[in-house]
Design a protein around this ligand. Structure first.
Ligand SMILES: [Zn+2]
Length: 277
């Protein structure tokens, strides 16, 4: 099944070798100690700071882990700065659950799409101490997924839309495949015109060749869609549980603990195919 499939670009760090740290002039990753098959090495909390400025932007404080939240605050203070704004790439707990506590620790407002937060809209520019961050709406993993372009460093912070290793989940029913494919196309355009050369993902190591990774993501998604179509034609369509039948055929080679996530993605593929007859 894997023969002839697109190969992922080599990750910039092997599992266990990614520890975060300063990856571009303005971006520092504080890695949360919550590794798992779904969160890879753990959640990447990003601290963005313009050189010479004292106002930092934090993206995704992570889960409600007091030690981690305090480590983020300490990393900001160690640079002589304070947290001016906190932004969420999306509402999943491993990115957002600690946001309330983090706001208590920092006094900084939290911004995201929906869920009672100040809404951010595509094209908004978040500014803090000379740092400019442009909001790029990238729904698909979830409906509220945002990416952020840090033009000064030619970097895009992608949350779970593009990861540093492996591929992501289309979290059906909130996530939608058509939206996800459109978001990948949008990121491909940003990498194509050179605005973005590096991806700073929500999980896994920094992606130094954004263009290659996005090309792989698009090919992988097209291959998966074809596999799902084939599995349906091979009998899964008439199984008692078509989603499970597709997962058994298409995800036979992935650990069973990620099957629930695979089932979400498969359900998203089935919706996509259904909507297109
Ligand atoms: Zn997520």
């Amino acid at each position: 099944m894997t023969s002839g499939m697109a190969q992922a670009p080599e990750p910039s760090a092997a599992f266990g070798d990614w520890h975060g740290g300063q990856v571009t002039e303005r971006a520092l990753c504080v890695l949360c100690p919550n590794p798992s098959p779904m969160t890879l090495d753990g959640t990447n909390t990003w601290v963005l700071l313009e050189p010479g400025s004292t106002d930092a932007v934090v993206i995704d404080p992570g889960p409600l882990d007091e030690g981690h939240l305090r480590a983020v605050v300490d990393a900001v203070s160690a640079r002589g700065a304070r947290v001016a704004q906190t932004i969420l790439t999306h509402g999943h707990a491993d990115h957002a659950e600690g946001a309330g506590r983090f706001a208590e620790l920092t006094g900084a407002p939290t911004r995201a799409v929906g869920r009672g937060h100040d809404d951010l809209t595509d094209g908004d520019v978040v500014t803090a101490g000379g740092l400019d961050l442009r909001v790029v709406a990238t729904p698909g993993h979830t409906s509220d997924s945002l990416s952020f372009a840090l033009a000064a460093d030619h970097a895009l912070l992608t949350g779970d839309t593009v990861l540093g290793r492996g591929t992501t989940v289309v979290a059906h029913p909130d996530g939608e495949l058509a939206a996800y494919l459109a978001s990948l196309e949008r990121i491909a355009r940003l990498t194509g015109d050179g605005e973005v050369t590096a991806i700073l993902p929500g999980h896994g190591p920094v992606v130094p060749d954004a263009s290659a990774m996005v090309a792989f993501y698009r090919t992988h998604r097209a291959e998966r869609l074809e596999q799902v179509r084939q599995a349906l034609a091979d009998g899964a369509a008439t199984a008692a549980d078509p989603v499970l039948a597709v997962v058994e055929r298409v995800y036979a080679d992935v650990p069973r603990e990620v099957w629930p996530a695979a089932a979400q993605s498969v359900a998203a593929h089935l919706d996509y195919l259904r909507a297109r007859g």
